[in-house]
Design a protein around this ligand. Structure first.
Ligand SMILES: Nc1ncnc2c1ncn2[C@@H]1O[C@H](COP(=O)(O)OP(=O)(O)OP(=O)(O)O)[C@@H](O)[C@H]1O
Ligand SMILES: N[C@@H](CCO)C(=O)O
Length: 330
């Protein structure tokens, strides 16, 4: 459950009066997600009347722990850029004075366009292909975007996170601290330096892709987007779409379809293909580390469901021993 900040309905209704969005009909806290507080709002629409197909929908997001308010203009500009180039991404909605960033219940808050679709929990091969194609389209559309944001969760950032977890790693699994230290040393020695960089999503998990059947209807949750190695985005997506939830099984057909979809809309250079296994190891370590940090620092009885760091240790071990040709499926 991720509603960290409870906002009374009257307060949301009063907040909406800043916009041409109508009056509040319903507000429901959204259980999915771990980072921010999200509400699904239904309103009467700006004419004050319920449309025949029901009300108008919006997402209300209150920014919590990892999103820095100073980064929000970067995310807003990026989504404007991508949306203007045909990507199905949600726009931040401006109030009557043109303001998109607000304060609500003491937190930075934004009203966001609602996109239809559902996030799949067990992607099919067709859905993995569509996700890969959507990632490639996003990378194409991002060309020419001039905004820059450092990836706080890059290799130096992983070192910092690992240092913060320290001795507590071994409370999650005996030997985990030593394994993380070994992997960091490997990545220090092998992380590629000269691959093409661009703005990347950096968290394109199935829960951040809205779909209807095999069709992508929206890419959401750009709050980790940043400037980094472009093919690292495909590695993150590979780690998120190709495995069983516990990370014990890699579904080669899904992985191959994801990469084929990406090739259809973007493609990889020879250097990106050669570096892909290392990029996948980095992606697996990134999510292992953030999950381990949250595991250690979130009380077991907190409202939010902690995600299993070991599901990413298993992915890491898979990537560390996989045949490179198998990873890309061709
Ligand atoms: N623009 C949108 N249109 C429709 N649904 C949305 C939209 N934005 C968010 N949602 C819904 O809210 C849920 C949580 O949103 P989001 O993934 O942004 O939250 P988060 O707390 O940042 O999560 P995460 O743990 O993935 O970082 C999504 O899974 C989706 O169901
Ligand atoms: N997608 C991340 C959570 C958001 O950082 C995970 O599954 O660990």
């Amino acid at each position: 459950m991720a509603v960290y900040t409870q906002v009374p309905a009257e307060e949301i209704d009063a907040f909406l009066t800043r916009y041409d969005a109508g009056r509040l009909v319903s507000a429901k806290g959204i259980a999915e997600g771990v980072e921010n507080s999200n509400y699904l709002l239904e309103t009467t629409g700006h004419d004050g009347a319920l449309g025949s197909g029901g009300g108008h929908r919006y997402i209300l997001t209150l920014y919590e722990k990892r999103v820095d308010e100073a980064d929000l203009p970067f995310f807003m500009d990026l989504l404007d850029h991508l949306g203007a180039r045909g990507c199905l991404v949600p726009r931040f909605i401006a109030d009557r004075e043109g303001k998109r960033l607000q304060q609500l219940a003491g937190r930075p808050a934004c009203l966001i366009e609602f996109l239809t679709g559902i996030s799949v929990t067990e992607p099919t091969v067709g859905q993995a292909r569509a996700a890969g194609a959507a990632l490639g389209e996003m990378h194409r559309a991002a060309e020419g975007f001039t905004g820059e944001r450092r990836n706080a969760l890059d290799l130096p950032g992983w070192h910092e996170l690992a240092a913060k977890c320290g001795e507590d790693f071994d409370r999650i699994a005996p030997g985990l601290g030593a394994r993380v230290a070994d992997e960091l040393a490997f990545l220090d020695a092998h992380w590629p330096a000269d691959l093409p960089r661009s703005v990347i999503h950096a968290d394109l998990f199935p829960d951040n892709v809205l779909m209807l059947g095999d069709e992508v209807t929206g890419l959401i949750d750009f709050y980790f987007s940043c400037t980094d190695i472009r093919a690292y985005d495909l590695a993150v997506t590979h780690s998120a779409w190709s495995f069983s939830h516990d990370g014990a099984t890699c579904h080669g057909d899904r992985a191959a379809a994801l990469c084929a979809g990406y090739r259809e809309t973007h493609g990889l250079t020879e250097a990106e293909r050669a570096a892909f296994p290392v990029l996948c190891r980095g992606a697996a370590l990134r999510f292992l580390l953030t999950r381990a940090y949250d595991w250690i620092n979130t009380p077991a009885d907190a409202l939010v469901t902690r995600k299993d760091p070991l599901a990413y240790l298993r992915r890491l071990e898979f990537y560390a021993s996989a045949d490179p040709a198998v990873l890309l499926g061709a």
